[in-house]
Design a protein around this ligand. Structure first.
Ligand code: URA
Ligand code: ZN
Length: 383
């Protein structure tokens, strides 16, 4: 194993060639369309959101070409990436289409990772992956369990990415219990990632590009989905589930005491959960895609504080943000957020690295953990 400290990116996406080809055949969201720019060049644009702002986003090989991913990693000193299909995954397909494509894309991603180069001097690959489940309405439980089994047998896939809709009724749907059980048993990490945002009417009628859906809609969607998951008792029934939340868990860390208080004062919910709501924050892993040291420090405080709510343990050590940092992991969100003007390194990446470096109260080993050590442990990246 490496003695040098590795930089590991756990929030980095791809539209695998098979998936990008499918998007090119479509004419409604999600789709990729070709157009000609004012200066006569042809370009492709990605339209994935309802009421997609600004005619979609320009896309190119960064979104599907593995060589581009590796070049991006080299440019930013990233040793290993744990790559996931980007939103909206298989959400728009029928059950039978989703089932076939999930299986094909899981195999494609295994191939993408297993044939990637080794990290120099270290016997691990540069690419690992999160697989996909065919989480769409009308899918059978057997098909979902089959996909969990497939992923757990593909050696370079170490988890799976999912949106917030489950099989149509959200992640608090009891029909998902057998799936959580299988994921927990297989030890796969579940990366929960937003796509739909919140009701677009809240955004008003000014053209603010993608700012409101991405800066606010995405994190609020994650906040709501995870809160519902907690309220439904999933984390009580499956205490070993390892959930990784995108964008530092949205607003959940900020709202967790309010959530606890609302639960305590609600006759419908007050006695439903085994623990204070704040306890469940400590069961989560959060990416460090927050762009500022103050936010990262705060999130790590909230994770550390959750240990106070563990029943049967009297916490004696100090609940420092150093403790909380152990559940936070560096990410880039590549290939999203490219610089508007060509630069050697991407501001979105540099900012996240600088933020990790500047958190007050995180020591050197905490920062190294967030940059890579925590990911090596969580995804067992030693082989
Ligand atoms: N925009 C997206 O659509 N997805 C991401 O993951 C990030 C930005
Ligand atoms: Zn993302």
């Amino acid at each position: 194993m490496a003695s040098r400290k590795l930089l590991v990116d756990i929030h980095t996406h791809v539209y695998l060639p098979r998936y990008a080809s499918l998007l090119r055949t479509r004419t409604s969201v999600p789709f990729i369309r070709s157009s000609t720019t004012r200066d006569g060049k042809s370009e492709e644009r990605l339209l994935i959101l309802d009421h997609e702002p600004s005619g979609g986003r320009p896309v190119g090989p960064q979104y599907w070409d593995r060589e581009e991913k590796l070049k991006f990693m080299d440019r930013h000193g990233i040793d290993v990436s744990v790559v996931s299909t980007a939103n909206p995954w298989l959400d728009f397909l029928s059950a039978s289409q989703a089932q076939i494509l999930a299986s094909e894309l899981n195999d494609d991603l295994e191939q993408y990772c297993s044939t990637s180069p080794d990290v120099p001097d270290v016997s691990i690959k540069r690419l690992y992956g999160f697989g996909l489940l065919p989480l769409v309405p009308d899918i059978t439980t057997a098909s979902l369990l089959h996909a969990v089994d497939q992923i757990s047998n593909l050696p370079h896939l170490r988890g799976l990415i999912m949106g917030t809709r489950g099989i149509g009724k959200g992640l608090d749907d009891e029909a998902l219990d057998p799936v959580w059980a299988a994921i927990e048993k297989a030890g796969l990490v579940v990366f929960i990632h937003p796509h739909y945002g919140v009701d677009g009417k809240s955004w008003g009628d000014k053209d603010n590009g993608h700012v409101l859906p991405l800066a606010l809609g995405f994190p609020f969607e994650t906040t709501i989905a995870t809160t519902r998951l907690i309220l439904s008792g999933v984390l009580d029934r499956f205490p070993l589930l390892r959930l990784l939340l995108a964008h530092s868990g949205g607003a959940l860390p900020q709202l967790s005491s309010r959530l606890a208080s609302c639960i305590d004062h609600d006759p419908v919910v007050a006695s439903r959960l085994k623990h204070d709501a704040r306890y469940y924050l400590g069961k989560l892993y959060l990416d460090a895609v927050a762009y500022g040291p103050e936010e990262l420090g705060f999130v790590s405080d909230v994770i550390a504080r959750s240990k106070k709510f563990e029943t049967g343990t009297s916490v004696t050590g100090s609940l420092t943000r150093s403790l909380g940092s152990q559940q936070m992991l560096f990410g880039t969100d590549h290939p999203f957020f490219p610089p508007l003007y060509s630069t050697e390194t991407w501001k979105s990446v540099v900012e996240n690295l600088e933020a990790i470096n500047e958190v007050q109260g995180w020591g050197q080993s905490d920062k190294e953990g967030v940059r890579g050590g925590n990911a090596i442990t969580l995804f067992n990246l030693t082989k």
